[in-house]
Structures are given as structure tokens and as C-alpha cells.
Ligand binder design. Structure first.
Ligand SMILES: Cc1cc2nc3c(=O)[nH]c(=O)nc-3n(C[C@H](O)[C@H](O)[C@H](O)COP(=O)(O)OP(=O)(O)OC[C@H]3O[C@@H](n4cnc5c(N)ncnc54)[C@H](O)[C@@H]3O)c2cc1C
Length: 374
């Protein structure tokens, strides 16, 4: 009997599963990859693309050769529903796709409910590929304007990196006066990073004339409204607000936790439906808190690959045990970066070189499969 395995989402978490199948395809299986776009973008290099350090090709991975070599049928569609009891996925094409084993890693969406009034001025950073197209169009549309004002909402690493990258991009690509601001809830700037990292980032933002506005901003037709009534006029607002799961997940009957994230155990199996695995930004661990970041999504990939095989063989599951400290390298948009590793921090061009090397190596590993194309 052939077992059908479906991967939903072709992003950070599932790349390692496809690579595993290329090396050692699970026997007796029919494999599928359902994902929104044929390409996937490596988010760690997105600020570098905005800043002009990378062309789009440097951070995009073509999933077609990867899927083909992995023996997986590639379906370009959105998953819009899931019936975990009947083992059926609903796709945006109207197809209902059955599965025996499923792994969900469809990533998160930017939480923009409080910014919706901005209309076309709102540029949610997730999903990344549509954001890249909209940012390019925005920059092209501002050529020759006397004043361009961009706000980035979100005080996490992505928000800080995007503000610094946008400042460099606008300064280099648009004439006239350009202004970038960063808006984050009070005390939210790089929460979870050390005080030294926050200080270092604050110094860089100040040196680049990027004002930090603290408070929960609400969207208005012309810009952002702060809680004290201050109106910040903006031509574009990049939403780098936290990741939230897509609405369809909450309607599936899968066990979810805090905010609708799929509840998984240390083996990345749904706590309610053992034939369904999940990883990356859509999950919440039932046993411990794990940050939603690319680092953890990527490291979860080999565990998903191993556990799909363990589920087939009926052997014990593997656990994803995150390291106590995670290395983060924050690009500052000027071919420099800030290193954050527990209490340790450093900054400068060498840190950027390290980040550049790690990031390029990651993309090249997976994009390299494209060279086998006939
Ligand atoms: C600007 C920015 C910079 C970042 N920098 C870093 C960093 O330096 N380090 C770090 O650790 N983390 C970083 N992150 C976070 C990181 O991008 C995420 O944690 C990571 O992408 C999560 O991986 P994932 O596999 O869950 O989802 P993703 O990598 O987002 O992949 C999701 C995939 O699913 C597809 N998809 C989406 N919806 C559906 C659907 N309904 N049906 C089918 N397919 C679907 C998408 O097309 C995509 O292929 C950054 C995030 C941003 C926004």
C-alpha cells in the first residue's frame, strides 16, 4: 500500500525535508508539496535586498527542481482548509487532497488588524514574495517626489532591520527628502535580546536619524495615530508586526494554543492528531516556549524529515530540542551587522561578513539543486 505524505508550505521548515527525500526517499510513499508560490524567499536576506546589497535571485529558491528531485508532486495553491479526521486538505483551486501523513509549515501572516485603515499604504512584510513586489512598486512610484516618509511598525529584529534597510534604500534610490521612522510598543524594542544589543541598535538608529516612536500605533488613511493623538503622516507603512497563524487553521479542529497556533509536542506532532506534524511560525510548543524564528524553523526541518520516516516505520520519534541560546545577526543596512548571542554582542563589518556567508551558504545549498535541471 502506498502512503501519501503531503508537505503544506515550501518555506524555511520544509526545505530540509525535501533535501532529505532527495538523499533517501521514504520507500512506499507518494510525496506532494503544496505551496503558494513556486519560489520561496529566504527572509534573513530580505533587509539586504531592500538595502540594495542583493538582487532578488540571491534570496529566492526555486522549489520546482527541489520537489522534482525529491520525487514530490508540486502543487502551486493555497491550503484553505483541513479536515484532520477525514485526512483531507482543501486547496484554493477547489481540489480536496487526501493524505496519510501531513506536515504543516505554511508560516505566519503579519498581524495588521489595527493597521487596515491605511489601505494601499500598508505593506505587510509577510508573506515575503508579495511584499517584495509591492516595495519595488512603491520605490518606483516615489521617484522624483520631494518628500518620502516611511514608517516601520514592529520592534522585533525584523522591524529594526527593515527600518535601517529602508533608510538606506530611500536615500540611495529616491531623490528629495526621505524620512524613516520606527514605531514599536513601549519597551518592545528588541525584547528578548540583551540590554547591550538594544543599546547598540538604539545608537545605530539614532546615527541614521531614524526616530523611534513608542506606543501601539493605529492605522489611519494618511498615516499612523499614536495613543497620545500624535498623527505621523506616512507614504508607506511596513508592518513587521508579530506573526499570526492564518484563520483557516482555527477552523480545522486541530488543537491550537494561545492565538490559534498549532499545538505540537517536542516531536513536532499535533497534540490532537498524531498523523499531522507542524513546524515553523505556525506552531506553539506544548512543552516549552520556543521563539518563532527562521533559526528554529530551519532546525525543525530535519526533525520533521526523521519523524515522517519514523511514523512510516513505527519507530520512536525524535525531539526538537532548541539550544539554550540562539545566534542572531541583525543587518543594519550598511554592510554592517549586530551580533546577539545571549548576553554577548558585537557589531561592525566583520559581523555582516559572517551573516552574509551564513545566509548565502543556506540559499546556495537549496538553490544549487536547480543546476540539475535538464
Ligand atoms: C524581514 C524578516 C527578516 C527575518 N529575519 C530573520 C533572521 O535573520 N533570522 C531568523 O531566525 N528569523 C528571521 N525571520 C523570521 C523567519 O522568516 C520565520 O521565522 C520563518 O520564515 C518561518 O519559517 P516557516 O517555514 O514557518 O515559514 P515560511 O518560511 O514563511 O514558509 C511558509 C511557506 O508556506 C507557503 N504558504 C503560506 N501560506 C500557505 C498556504 N495557505 N498554503 C500553502 N502554502 C502556503 C509560503 O509560500 C512559503 O513557501 C525574519 C522574518 C522577516 C519577516
Amino acid at each position: 500500500m502506498t502512503i501519501r505524505i503531503v508537505l503544506a508550505g515550501g518555506g524555511h521548515a520544509h526545505l530540509a525535508v525535501l533535501a532529505d527525500w532527495i538523499g533517501a526517499p521514504p520507500e512506499g510513499t507518494e510525496r506532494w508539496l503544496v505551496t503558494s508560490h513556486r519560489q520561496t524567499a529566504y527572509s534573513g536576506m530580505l533587509p539586504g535586498w531592500i538595502a540594495g546589497d542583493y538582487p532578488a535571485e540571491a534570496l529566492t529558491i526555486d522549489l520546482e527542481p527541489l520537489a522534482r528531485l525529491a520525487g514530490a508532486r508540486l502543487v502551486i495553491a493555497d491550503v484553505v482548509g483541513l479536515d484532520p479526521e477525514q485526512h483531507l486538505l482543501d486547496l484554493s483551486t477547489g481540489v480536496r487532497l487526501g493524505f496519510d501523513l501531513l506536515s504543516l509549515a505554511t508560516g505566519g501572516e503579519s498581524d495588521v488588524s489595527h493597521l487596515a485603515a491605511l489601505g494601499d499604504r500598508l505593506l505587510p512584510v509577510r508573506p515575503v514574495l508579495p511584499f517584495m513586489a509591492r516595495w519595488e512598486a512603491f520605490v518606483a512610484g516615489r521617484q522624483g517626489r520631494t518628500l518620502t516618509r516611511v514608517a516601520v511598525v514592529g520592534g522585533g529584529a525584523a522591524g529594526v532591520e527593515l527600518a535601517l534597510a529602508a533608510e538606506r534604500s530611500l536615500r540611495r534610490q529616491i531623490g528629495g527628502t526621505t524620512k524613516v521612522i520606527l514605531v514599536a510598543p513601549r519597551d518592545a524594542l528588541l525584547a528578548g535580546h540583551s540590554e547591550a544589543v538594544r543599546r547598540r541598535a538604539g545608537d545605530v538608529l539614532r546615527a541614521r536619524d531614524i526616530a523611534l516612536h513608542e506606543g501601539h500605533a493605529a492605522g489611519a488613511p494618511d498615516g499612523l495615530m499614536l495613543p497620545d493623538g500624535t498623527m505621523l503622516a506616512c507614504d508607506a507603512v511596513i508592518a513587521a508586526t508579530g506573526s499570526r497563524p492564518s484563520d483557516w487553521i482555527t477552523d480545522t479542529g486541530l488543537a491550537v494554543r494561545e492565538g490559534g497556533f498549532v499545538a505540537v509536542g517536542s516531536d513536532l506532532r499535533s497534540v490532537s492528531h498524531p498523523d499531522i506534524f507542524a513546524a515553523g511560525d505556525i506552531v506553539s510548543r506544548s512543552d516549552r516556549r520556543v521563539e518563532r524564528s527562521g533559526v528554529h524553523a530551519v532546525k525543525a526541518g530535519p526533525v520533521i524529515a526523521a519523524n515522517l520516516k519514523a511514523a512510516l516505520a513505527g519507530t520512536p520519534m525524535h525531539d526538537y530540542i532548541p539550544r539554550r541560546r540562539t545566534l542572531y545577526l541583525l543587518a543594519t543596512g550598511d554592510r554592517r551587522a549586530i551580533l546577539s548571542w545571549g548576553k554577548l554582542t558585537a557589531g561592525g563589518h566583520l559581523v555582516w561578513r559572517l551573516k552574509d556567508w551564513i545566509d548565502r551558504r543556506f540559499v546556495e545549498r537549496y538553490a544549487g539543486f536547480g543546476q540539475f535541471r535538464s
